[in-house]
Design a protein around this ligand. Structure first.
Ligand code: SAM
Length: 312
C-alpha cells in the first residue's frame, strides 16, 4: 500500500500526479490532482448515473494516467468491474500496485486494446482525446468496439475554456473544428493538444456514435461529450475523418488551422534563434574561460619550475 492516504484512498507520489498535467512534482500538483479527481467523479456519476457505478456494470477508463479518476471508485467496486489502461508504464504500475480491485493494463500508442468486443457497459476518457492528434479516429472506433451496443461513453475535449491558453485567441467555434496545437510536444511538457468544436464533434464522431449530449464547460476547463454506442456496423477511420459534405466551416477551420500553425512555426523559429544566440554567447564565454585557465596553468607551472631551481 501507498504511504500516503486520504479519505478516498492511496495518493500517488507527486511525480505521477504531475505527469498527467505536464507539471513538475509539487504539493500544489498533488492537491490539484485530488481536487480534480473529485470533480471528475462528480461529472461521471452525473452523466453515466444509473449505469455507473452500479452492481455488475463494467467500466473502462481509457488513458487512466496515475488513477486520478480510478481511485475515486476503487474502494467500492468488485474485482473485475473497473479497468484502466494507459501507455505510461510508471502510472500503470502505481495503479496496479495501489488500487486494489482495479485492473490496470499497459497499452500501446495504437489500437487494439486487449479486450473482447462489447466487454464494457461504459467507458470514459478524460483529457485524452484533447491530446490525440493522429489516431483519434482509430481510438474512437476501438472504444466503440469494446463497449456493448447501448453502452455509453463520456469523453472530455478542450474547447472554449482552453482557447486562450492553447491558441492565444478568443473562442470562435466556427473556425476551430478539430485543430492541433504543439504536435509532437513531449508528454512531460503536457503533450500535444487538440481543440474541438461542438459542430465538428457532432458531424464526425456522430458517424460512429449517437451523440447524446454535448456539455460545453461541463468540466472545469473542458467540454463533455456523452455518446451511445449504436448497434449498426462500424464505419472506418477514413469515414470518420472525411470532411462533412456541404459544411462551409470545414474550409474555414482548415484555413484557420494553417494560420495557427504558421504562427506556431514563427514562434518556434523565434525561440530557436534565441537559443542559438544564447548558445553562441555561451561558447564565447567557455572559450574565454579556457584561455584564462590555460594562462593560469602556465603561471603555476612557471612558479613550480622556479621553486624547483631554488631548492636545487
Ligand atoms: C492528461 S492525462 C489524463 C489522465 C487521466 N485520464 C486523468 O484524467 O487523470 C492524459 C493521459 O493519456 C495517456 N495517453 C495518451 N495517449 C494514449 C493512448 N493512445 N492510449 C492510452 N493512454 C494514452 C497519457 O499517458 C496520460 O496518462
Amino acid at each position: 500500500m501507498s504511504d500516503v492516504q486520504d479519505e478516498v484512498g492511496p495518493v500517488p507520489p507527486a511525480e505521477l500526479a504531475g505527469y498527467i498535467v505536464g507539471l513538475e512534482a509539487s504539493d500544489g500538483v498533488v492537491a490539484a490532482y485530488r481536487r480534480q479527481g473529485a470533480e471528475l467523479r462528480e461529472a461521471i456519476v452525473r452523466e453515466l448515473g444509473g449505469v455507473w457505478p452500479s452492481d455488475g456494470a463494467r467500466a473502462l477508463d481509457f488513458g487512466c494516467g496515475s488513477g486520478r479518476v480510478l481511485r475515486q471508485f476503487a474502494a467500492t467496486v468488485a474485482p473485475g468491474q473497473l479497468v484502466g489502461c494507459d501507455i505510461d508504464e510508471p502510472c500503470v504500475a502505481w495503479v496496479r500496485d495501489h488500487l486494489d480491485g482495479v485492473e490496470a493494463v499497459l497499452t500501446g500508442e495504437a489500437p487494439p486494446l486487449p479486450f473482447d468486443d462489447a466487454t464494457f457497459d461504459v467507458a470514459w476518457s478524460m483529457s485524452v482525446f484533447s491530446h490525440l492528434t493522429d489516431r483519434w479516429a482509430q481510438w474512437l472506433l476501438e472504444l466503440r468496439r469494446v463497449v456493448r451496443p447501448g453502452g455509453r461513453l463520456l469523453i472530455s475535449v478542450a474547447g472554449g475554456g482552453a482557447s486562450q491558453q492553447l491558441a492565444g485567441e478568443d473562442w470562435d467555434p466556427d473556425r476551430i473544428g478539430m485543430t492541433v496545437r504543439g504536435p509532437g510536444r513531449p508528454w512531460r511538457a503536457g503533450g500535444p493538444m487538440v481543440l474541438h468544436s461542438e459542430w465538428w464533434i457532432r458531424a464526425h464522431w456522430g458517424r460512429a456514435f449517437d451523440v447524446v449530449a454535448f456539455e460545453a464547460g461541463g468540466l472545469a476547463g473542458q467540454d463533455l461529450v456523452l455518446l451511445e454506442r449504436p448497434s449498426t456496423p462500424a464505419p472506418s477511420a477514413a469515414d470518420l475523418q472525411a470532411p462533412e459534405p456541404g459544411e462551409p466551416r470545414e474550409l474555414t477551420a482548415a484555413l484557420h488551422a494553417v494560420a495557427l500553425a504558421h504562427r506556431e512555426h514563427l514562434e518556434l523559429n523565434r525561440q530557436h534563434d534565441a537559443y542559438a544566440e544564447a548558445y553562441v554567447a555561451e561558447m564565447a564565454t567557455t572559450a574565454e574561460l579556457r584561455e584564462r585557465i590555460a594562462a593560469l596553468e602556465q603561471q603555476v607551472a612557471r612558479g613550480a619550475g622556479r621553486r624547483g631551481l631554488l631548492r636545487r
